[in-house]
Design a protein around this ligand. Structure first.
Ligand SMILES: [Zn+2]
Length: 546
């Protein structure tokens, strides 16, 4: 069979929804749409990568067509198969092609072909969408011819367009040769025929980079969210790992209605943490009510918790709503839960089991919807062993237990807390500026703080009151801190001194601070004026009162 025998109507079958070329499905494109695509591709990927994509597209198209031609028909020789490609391309409307020269040596593999593309659709596309150029633009045509010939010859054949209508020539003309025949001249064109490995690699690299950035961004977003949530409820920056763990647990447990037992020494900030849990929970808009179970006798506490009817007990003059009802849709903190009586413990257990309360002097149960947080400085498990705390209540309360370490176990937090309290006192006492002298730092840092954060706050308040020009120096700190031998030893490296020496020094300091007002000094020292007088006399000072 000869290429000239190919007839469009015999090759292509048109039916609704399908255009078939002997079983291969074709799609008819509008040239204008393709022109737009070419323009966008050039803008998106740059002219080199656009050229590479279109050349590769043509090349694959040419190979597929060659395979079909070879499979469908018996050809007289390979040149007829080659000619059939040009004919087929023309039949598909891409360009009317004429073959100027065709020399094939199947033994040596030498290949030489000259094609003329009249009315190249590609040149037309380029001219309408992009305008005249200074180099040939029929990239798909050259790709097609190359792919087709490469398939027929079973070796790499490259077509390079030499003249092009898009650059003002009369027609587009391309030369096709095997790699050896091209020699050096081919080198700059080779990348366009590459299966775009480079570009694929580049895209892959960029994709990987984007994914990595995405991951980093997501991580940063999570951290930011966490920080924002903490910043909302945390007035002080946290330095210690142990308190960071406390906060992490609080963060985790906050969104759930789980009962939490907060343990830790007095003054470590159990109520502060309970408030934080409340603020980070879904109940944040609801009330937070705290009650100190250790401060009230049994009947009063129960009345406080559950409410009562007038006359329920002596002193109950009118109906009262208890804090379980007050805290509806919110959180209730039962502080010093370890101090509750067996009777109150039993009532609390029922509340937790039934989720309802009965006011004292009533029989009517009332539904409650509160989250319960309990706190204690006592060792409840020990109390359970001794039989002074109900085991069942303990397990109900301590679904999650958070232990706040004492301040001495997290010394990194002392200074941030001190600075926080200084700001607080400056506002409260209207003392501005109020600041901490550097000489105080060692004292604060080395003291054991048995009263924890509450003691620290009180110490700062005391020092703030005494500071005359807004500068807190060690002398204004409570004597317990400044005269603590351990602190002194660490803070000033001074040799240990006797109790008497320290007392004398302290008395002198207080006298100085009180402007030598002995009545005031005695009151600060917590001793009577007479005792101060005696001590001063012993110190060898003038014992006269003023
Ligand atoms: Zn051209």
């Amino acid at each position: 069979m000869k290429a000239s025998d190919l007839k469009l109507e015999e090759l292509v079958e048109f039916s609704e929804g399908h255009v078939n070329l002997h079983g291969r499905r074709l799609v008819v494109h509008d040239l204008r749409a393709f022109a737009h695509l070419r323009k966008e591709l050039i803008e998106l990927a740059g002219p080199n990568d656009a050229r590479r994509v279109l050349t590769r597209f043509g090349f694959l198209w040419g190979q597929v067509d060659a395979a079909a031609m070879k499979r469908l028909f018996e050809w007289d020789d390979v040149t007829e198969l080659l000619r059939a490609g040009s004919r087929l391309h023309a039949l598909q409307g891409v360009a009317r092609t004429s073959i100027q020269t065709l020399e094939v040596d199947e033994k040596t593999g030498r290949f030489d072909m000259t094609l003329i593309w009249h009315d190249s659709g590609e040149a037309e596309e380029h001219l309408t969408e992009i305008g005249p150029t200074d180099s040939p633009v029929c990239w798909m045509l050259a790709g097609y011819a190359s792919g087709y010939a490469t398939f027929c010859m079973g070796r790499d054949i490259y077509f390079i367009e030499k003249t092009c209508k898009a650059q003002g020539d009369l027609a587009c003309m391309a030369l096709g040769r095997d790699k050896e025949s091209w020699g050096e001249e081919l080198t700059p064109y080779l990348p366009y025929f590459d299966p775009a490995h480079e570009m694929v690699d580049k895209v892959k690299e960029l994709t990987d980079m984007l994914r990595q950035k995405d991951r980093e961004l997501a991580q940063q977003r999570r951290q930011l969210l966490l920080l924002e949530r903490r910043a909302k409820v945390l007035p002080v920056e946290v330095h210690s790992a142990s308190y960071a763990r406390v906060l992490e647990m609080a963060n985790r447990v906050a969104p759930f209605d789980t009962s939490v037992l907060i343990t830790g020494e007095s003054g470590v900030g159990k109520e502060v943490l309970a408030r934080q849990i409340h603020k980070m929970s879904g109940r944040a808009e609801g009330p937070f009510v705290a009650v100190n179970c250790g401060a009230l006798p049994e009947t009063l506490l129960e009345g406080e918790l559950f409410g009562y009817r007038a006359g329920a007990f002596t002193g109950a003059t009118r109906d009262r709503v208890g804090i379980f009802e007050e805290a509806q849709k919110g959180t209730i903190l039962l502080d010093e839960i370890g101090d509750t009586s067996p009777s109150t413990q039993l009532k609390l257990l029922r509340v937790l089991q039934e989720r309802e309360i009965v006011r004292l002097g009533e029989n009517k149960p009332r539904k409650i919807d509160v989250r319960l947080i309990a706190a204690t400085h006592r060792a409840i498990p020990q109390m359970v062993k001794e039989g002074t705390f109900r085991e069942d209540l303990f397990y109900r309360l301590a679904v999650v237990e958070i232990r706040i370490p004492p301040l001495r176990e997290r010394r990194e937090d002392i200074l941030p807390l001190a600075r926080h309290f200084i700001q607080k006192m400056a506002r409260k006492l209207k003392l501005s500026p109020l600041r901490l002298d550097a000489t105080c730092l060692n004292y604060l840092q080395n003291y054991s703080w048995p009263g924890n954060i509450r003691e620290l706050e009180n110490a700062i308040e005391r020092a703030a009151v005494f500071s005359l020009d807004g500068l807190i120096v060690p002398e204004y700190l409570p004597p317990a801190i400044v005269h603590d031998p351990a602190v002194r030893a660490r803070a000033s490296d001074s040799p240990l001194r006797s109790l008497q020496d320290m007392e004398n020094e302290h008395i002198r300091a207080v006298l100085e601070l009180s402007g030598n007002n002995r009545a005031r000094a005695a009151s600060i020292l917590g001793i009577s004026a007479a005792t101060l007088w005696r001590k001063l006399k012993a110190m060898g000072r003038d014992g006269g009162m003023n």
